[in-house]
Write a protein that binds this ligand. Structure first.
Ligand code: M6R
Length: 663
């Protein structure tokens, strides 16, 4: 049957939707239900595809190089681990690619004239293959005739690559995109023109794409196509600009055509034609006028990256769950752990090590893993773990590090310490190909996309989601029942919508933050799963408002901190309706008796808290272990709106950087 599928992939005239239907029927009749459901989930998510890279291209009368570099700078928030461009100079296509940011690419081509007026460019956030010049786009075939920039994922690139290798093609990169360049070249050699070579290639692709293609053999043409990943064509005077995001177009024109799925644009200096990918039928599209504020385009409609990233959280969770969560069978499919799955079945202790916000995620992971997977967990701060000579048992222990950047020096030191002591090291990492991702034995990527605001928000919720998936994964290897696995998986699947309900309260939280912006000191308190949210909420407030904020377990109040409470020292209580709710209520009474103001984060429908607190923010009901994923969101918004009220540099707070790569 595997052969049957491969043949289908390579046989002509199979377009995406039909392909899925056929594969689905085969799976339904031949495989256990787990495969059917994960396929359904991944199919559903294709229509919500997440772009983590940026495309820009141009053709016309003006020099391509400055247009491409300017476009890439505007798209850099989409991805910034590598960048590249290709420009036709009248004789040949010049290709320049580098690991790093657009500034590094600009430096690389600073001395090069690149006199041409046709070109394509890309800024990448790695999904297949580490960030490197080799893996950066444009990707090309071995004759350096075809050049492709691509957003999305070619899911069937492995069988396509195998087939092309059998036909004599040699591949240079680890990317899925390189397959497209070779496929297009293959069809050009069979006599197709560039438009039809691209169409034939894309008809064999399963996955998502926005692509822009140029070829040395047909240099005055650009081919643009999309399936589930956006692509727009801007019509300026004497100039056509193609980009994945209007931000790269709007400094040239507001007149834009948006390609739909299955449409292919053939663009040359004289204009463009849009046709259907399957039958060449010409499609007449309306030109729309885009009315965005050009100065705000990099952040879309948001004033700051932090706010944008807070609002992206429903989508972030979907991306972290993509193909991994199976609510029907109560399983988590974690491909990155497959190679060590048998060893994980036998481990007896987990040491989680991380810094800052990632450490707070680790603390919540401890509660999840101990309660549901029955594995003892210790959580350490990277900067302490490296110097405390932790007792690690190579037979029974595993070190699990958590890091957004994958470059934090203290966290990396824990990975090296584990290696030194012969202990298995795992990572939960957002940046593909980062040092921690490379040095750990196995792990799980967050797939949260680039996080630009220094204050971590969307990656924190993704870290919690991945820890919950890991809890299911390890729990189901042990005593966790099918019923419990299903319950957690179903509750996880509901989270994106529940976060949206909290985001809808942003305006009310803004008013609250304004009212509290005159206070200089804050307390954040919570218990059990929400104790780490108390310290995370306090960290968010500290780092972007510079206000004094302390976070801790509610139960510690009477052991000292209560002495500080008076009417000038508000307390934020995170008190959802969980197993420790009554205990939190008693602590609230204690604060009230000292005339302390209370802001409470409570579960929808709770009337009691309202009578104790001056202000209440409600979150939807979920499983106790997942409440932190919801309760952190109002605290992120509270910190953001207060910092905005205070007029501070929210995305780049003073004294701290996004990634602490030195001790
Ligand atoms: O990249 P990492 O996740 O390893 O970074 C760890 C901390 O530096 C980071 O979470 C920091 O605390 C953030 N600024 C918090 O918002």
């Amino acid at each position: 049957m595997v052969f049957y599928i491969v043949n289908l992939i390579l046989s002509p005239h199979v377009e995406n939707t039909k392909f899925y239907l056929i594969i689905k029927i085969i799976f339904v009749s031949n495989f256990p239900s787990i495969f059917i459901h994960s396929l359904d989930i991944s199919l559903a998510l294709h229509y919500n595809a997440f772009i983590m890279c940026g495309i820009v291209g141009c053709i016309g009368t003006k020099k391509a190089k400055p247009i491409l570099l300017d476009g890439l700078r505007r798209l850099e928030y989409r991805g910034y681990d590598s960048a590249g461009l290709a420009v036709w100079d009248g004789q040949t296509v010049n290709l320049a690619k580098t690991k790093g940011r657009v500034a590094d690419l600009a430096e690389l081509v600073r001395e090069q004239a690149l006199a041409g007026t046709v070109g394509i460019a890309h800024t990448r956030w790695a999904t297949h293959g580490e960030p490197s010049a080799k893996n950066a786009h444009p990707q090309t075939d071995e004759d350096k005739n075809v050049f492709v920039v691509h957003n999305g994922i070619v899911e069937n690139y492995k069988p396509l690559k195998q087939k092309l290798e059998q036909l004599g093609h040699c591949f240079q990169s680890e990317t899925d995109t390189e397959v497209l360049a070779h496929l297009v070249e293959h069809f050009l050699k069979q006599g197709a023109d560039l438009e039809h070579a691209v169409k034939q290639a894309l008809r064999r692709v399963r996955g998502t794409y926005a692509v822009l293609v140029m070829a040395a053999s047909e240099p005055d043409t650009l081919i643009a196509a999309r399936f589930s990943s956006p692509l727009r064509i801007g019509m300026a005077d004497g100039q056509i600009i193609v980009a994945s995001d209007p931000s790269a177009i709007l400094s040239h024109t507001t007149q834009v055509i948006t390609l739909s799925d299955g449409e292919v644009a053939t663009i040359n200096r004289g204009g463009y034609t849009i046709t259907n990918i399957t039958n060449d039928e010409v499609i007449n599209k309306d030109v729309d006028a885009i009315e965005w504020d050009v100065s705000a385009i990099n952040k879309g409609a948001f004033e700051h990256f932090m706010l944008k990233e807070i609002f992206e959280q429903p989508e972030t969770l979907q991306n972290s769950f993509r193909g991994r969560l199976d609510p029907e069978s109560g399983l988590a499919v974690l491909g990155g752990l497959e190679s060590v799955a048998e060893q994980l079945r036998r481990i007896k202790r987990i040491h989680i090590v991380a810094c800052g916000t990632a450490y707070h995620a680790g603390l919540i992971g401890e509660y999840m893993l101990e309660e549901y997977a029955g594995i003892p967990v210790e959580v350490g701060i990277g900067s302490e773990f490296r110097y405390r000579n932790a007792v690690l048992d190579p037979e029974n222990d595993v070190v699990l590090v958590i890091s957004q950047s994958g470059e934090t020096a203290d966290t990396l030191a824990a990975v090296r310490e584990a290696k030194e002591k012969g202990v298995l090291s795992l990572g939960i990492v957002n940046v593909v190909g980062s040092t921690i991702a490379q040095e750990t034995k196995a792990g799980v990527y967050n797939h949260a996309g680039p996080e630009i605001g220094v204050a971590s928000t969307k990656v924190f919720v993704s870290q919690l989601a991945v820890l919950a998936l890991l809890t299911i994964f390890l729990g189901r290897q042990r005593q966790m029942s099918l019923v419990v696995g299903k319950r957690i998986a179903q509750a996880l699947a509901a989270l994106p919508e529940q976060i949206q309900a909290i985001l809808n309260q942003s305006e009310a939280i803004k008013k609250m933050a304004r009212a509290y912006s005159g206070y200089k000191d804050f307390f954040y308190l919570g218990r059990k799963y929400n104790f780490p949210i108390a310290i995370e909420g306090a960290l968010k407030l500290k780092e972007i408002t510079y206000r004094h904020a302390e976070g801790g377990p509610s139960g510690e109040l009477k052991h000292g901190p209560l002495a500080m409470i008076d009417e000038s020292f508000p307390t934020v209580f995170i008190c959802p309706q969980d197993s420790v709710y009554d205990k939190n209520v008693s602590n609230m009474e204690e604060v009230r008796a000292r005339h302390g103001r209370i802001i409470a984060v409570a579960t929808e429908g709770n009337g009691e808290v309202k009578s104790l607190a001056q202000d209440v923010i409600y979150i939807p009901k979920t499983l106790e272990m997942l409440t932190p994923i919801l309760s952190v969101v109002p605290l992120q918004l509270f910190a953001y709106h207060m910092a905005r009220e205070l007029g501070l540099d929210i995305d780049k707070p003073r004294n701290i950087a996004k990634s602490a790569t030195v001790e």
